[in-house]
Design a protein around this ligand. Structure first.
Ligand code: UD1
Length: 427
């Protein structure tokens, strides 16, 4: 199994390219199921999750072709074609490895009139039920049955009649599934209290390019007038705001200066505002965002919440950064109930953090020291990388497969801007 070794204490400086967004890619890919024509996605990040999603789609009858990717390029172009859907089942073995597989439910139901998807179960950061995905589809006229660990959704002949659903809690994935199911409905589907994350805007923009009729894009009230069919399209995946935010924290924690090339400040207001509050300089550059820090960080009070507020996917990275702030910070996690798994690992590096329920108090320390650490999820692993970049001595981050799910060639990007970081393979 691979590990990442970091010798900390190097100031990061330079230009760092931002890849296509993982979470956008994972909802754009299943859109290929909605048409028999080719869908070409550009700027698709090279990530384990994207590969896994491609394999799942292959099993459903979608052909995937990667064009002219040179090893040195970031991102790639993939053309997907679902001439015929040959299977409507997403099996347990795939879904348990990648929760986002649930995102084939809506498009399969829309295109084939039925879908059978394994229930994903819990994961390291919380229970993560899918009840809202199912309730939204039911509201649009789907029949839902659950048996033997699988959910089977079916639509009446002629497609989903349509309907209205109000989300009791904002859910990114359920909003995505509902929109993808609705674009081929026979009637109109309306969502209230829909998620407004930029990845959902990206999804809607692709669907509109494929011929869908969607009103209220980017708002919490989305109206979809179903179409008989959609056509192919070529579309570029949006830049990854969480990857960009993570590298912004890398600049901040090392007292460095990074230009995040290709990052979109418009999608990152809450993250950039929080960085400014810590005393980090944030400015627009010609090609992205510039982050500059003198290494002196002020403490913060932060609470995660749905977009446009501060994202839960940045909580662990900010926590790593605030371990070295000048004073005590208070972080509140409102989205997932178990998202402080990185705390004991950061503590092993010398951080002073106490957790009480959903709130964590991070008291800034003088220094962190390198240690062997591991994390149980993607963003938690990134928080350990950030701590390692600033720590004295060597940090070994184990379970690198978490990072490979969401950060395209992390060690290459970081060493190019001055980090002393390498991947070490046991085998
Ligand atoms: C997506 C992102 C993930 C991010 C999260 C919140 C992808 C692939 N993943 O996950 O990186 O951390 O949004 O921004 O895009 N919930 C229910 N019932 C449901 C669905 C959700 O109770 O049917 C709850 C969840 O347990 C959680 C909250 O709603 O407490 C928000 O989850 P949701 O927005 O659905 O997260 P995901 O779409 O799974």
């Amino acid at each position: 199994m691979d590990r990442i070794h970091i010798r900390g204490g190097h100031v990061l400086k330079g230009r760092l390219p931002i890849s296509g967004a993982k979470n956008a890619a994972l909802t754009l890919l299943p859109c290929a199921l909605l048409t028999d024509e080719p869908v070409t996605l550009r700027n698709l990040p090279r990530l384990a999750d994207v590969d896994s999603f491609g394999h799942l789609l292959n099993q459903l009858g979608v052909s995937t072709m990667i064009e002219g990717a040179r090893p040195e390029d970031f991102g790639r172009v993939m053309t997907l074609r679902a001439g015929r859907v040959t299977s409507t089942e997403a099996p347990y073995d795939i879904v348990r490895k990648m929760r986002a597989s649930i995102l084939v439910l809506g498009p399969l139901l829309a295109r084939a009139g039925e879908a059978t998807v394994s229930l994903p179960g819990g994961c390291a950061i919380g229970n993560r039920p899918i009840d809202l995905h199912l309730k939204a589809l039911e509201a649009f006229g789907a029949v839902i049955e659950i048996a033997a660990g699988y959910v089977r959704a079916s639509a009446p002949d002629g497609g989903l009649p349509g309907g209205t659903f109000t989300f009791p809690v904002v859910s990114v994935g359920a909003t995505e599934n509902a929109i993808m199911a609705a674009v081929l409905a026979s009637g109109t589907c309306i969502l209230h209290n829909a998620a407004r994350e930029p990845e959902i805007v990206d999804l809607c923009n692709l669907l509109v390019a494929m011929g869908a009729d969607i009103e209220g894009i980017g708002s919490d009230r989305i109206t979809i007038h179903g179409k008989d069919r959609l056509h192919g399209a070529t579309y570029s995946v949006m830049p990854d705001r969480i990857e960009a935010g993570s590298y912004a924290c890398a600049a901040a924690i090392t007292g460095g200066e990074l230009e995040l090339v290709g990052a979109n400040a418009g999608d990152m207001q809450a993250i950039l505002e929080a960085l400014r509050e810590t005393g980090v300089e944030v400015s627009a550059s010609k090609t992205g965002i510039k982050i500059a820090s003198n290494g002196k960080l002020r403490p913060l009070s932060l609470s995660t919440a749905p977009f446009p507020a501060f994202p839960t996917d940045m909580q662990a990275q900010f926590m790593a950064m605030l371990t070295l702030a000048d004073g005590a910070s208070v972080l509140t996690e409102t989205i997932f109930e178990n998202r402080y798994m990185h705390v004991p690992e950061l503590a092993r590096m010398g951080a002073d953090i106490s957790v009480n329920g959903r709130t964590a108090v991070v008291r800034g320390v003088e220094r962190l020291t390198g240690a062997p650490v591991m994390a149980t999820d993607l963003r938690a692993s990134m928080s350990l990388i950030l701590a390692g970049l600033a720590a004295e001595g060597e940090t070994q981050v184990n379970r690198v497969y978490h990072l490979d799910r969401g950060y395209e060639r992390l060690e290459e990007k970081l060493s190019a801007v001055g980090a002393d970081i390498e991947r070490v393979s046991d085998g």
